[in-house]
Design a protein around this ligand. Structure first.
Ligand SMILES: Nc1ncnc2c1ncn2[C@@H]1O[C@H](COP(=O)(O)OP(=O)(O)OP(=O)(O)O)[C@@H](O)[C@H]1O
Length: 256
């Protein structure tokens, strides 16, 4: 359904994506993992058309995505990192944002309330403003917005960032439930291994702009790849260079 072929992207002297190939079947849930700065967001932005790749192509239903972008945009939903709700709009208008262009207000509101219920938020939340919600509720509202127009492909950008482990588990379960129920194709980018285990049919590890490893969660647990094993276990990599107290280590350090 969605294929990425030889995708490369450079910013100045920095090659961020270096020939990435990915294939997603209809209804499949792919989780892309990788350390900070390995190109996960740039990959997502290229698929969404927010960055122009230097080389390679993205195919949507076997056609170049660039040719069918309008159709693609009608069929995609996205949960943004930090939910990205409009502060000046009540929750229901955030959820119904796209629907309001397609149908009467009362119908759009009904669908928004229905989608809020699907993510565990009662009708009383519909008229609140985002500032009145907790972080977990904002995430849920963002999820309701992502599924409001019944998308066929959904992107989840760091869905559990900023949530405690219990709320993160709830969001992961909601995502998996929604993907199963709707049969939507899903791409999630995350560092959170609990999301990987809850959401993924298949896992892809990006490393320095390349797809280093991909497989199922079961294959991931027995894979021999050193970097993948350290990533799963949350083990520090030896620092090959750089300051001893670098709190944001260069992801390229310490790898063969
Ligand atoms: N518009 C841009 N201009 C210049 N450099 C950029 C731009 N966007 C991304 N980069 C660089 O590309 C690299 C990859 O960034 P990206 O945001 O994709 O990383 P990531 O894997 O999503 O990291 P994180 O997990 O921390 O969000 C980084 O070094 C970043 O500084």
């Amino acid at each position: 359904m969605l294929s990425v072929r030889g995708l490369s992207k450079t910013f100045g002297p920095k090659r961020v994506l270096d020939g990435v190939d990915l294939d997603l079947a209809t209804g499949e849930s792919l989780v892309v993992i990788g350390g900070s700065g390995t190109g996960k967001s740039v990959l997502l932005r290229c698929i969404l058309g927010l960055e122009t790749p230097d080389a390679g192509e993205i195919l949507w239903r076997d056609r170049p995505l660039a040719e069918g972008r309008a159709e693609f945009m009608d069929e995609f939903g996205m949960l943004f990192q930090n939910a990205a709700l409009f502060d000046s709009l009540p929750v229901w208008r955030n959820v119904a944002f796209r629907l309001l262009r397609q149908m009467p207000k009362a119908r759009a509101r009904d669908i928004a309330v229905e989608k809020l219920a699907r993510v565990g938020l009662g009708p009383e939340v519909a008229d609140l403003y985002p500032a009145e919600l907790s972080g977990g509720m904002r995430k849920r509202a963002g999820l309701a917005r992502a599924i409001a127009a019944d998308p066929r492909v959904i992107f989840f950008d760091e869905p559990t960032t900023g949530l405690d482990p219990i709320r993160a588990a709830t969001i992961n379960e909601l995502i998996r439930g929604i993907v199963d129920e709707t049969g939507a194709t899903a791409i999630t980018i995350t560092h959170d291994m609990s999301s990987v285990r809850a959401i993924a049919d298949r896992v892809a590890l990006l490393d320095r702009g390349r797809l280093r490893w991909q497989g199922t969660v079961a294959q991931m647990d027995t894979a021999q790849d050193d970097y993948l094993r350290d990533f799963i276990a949350g083990r520090a990599r030896p620092m090959a260079r750089g300051p001893a107290l670098d709190l944001a280590p260069d992801p390229t350090l310490g790898r063969e």
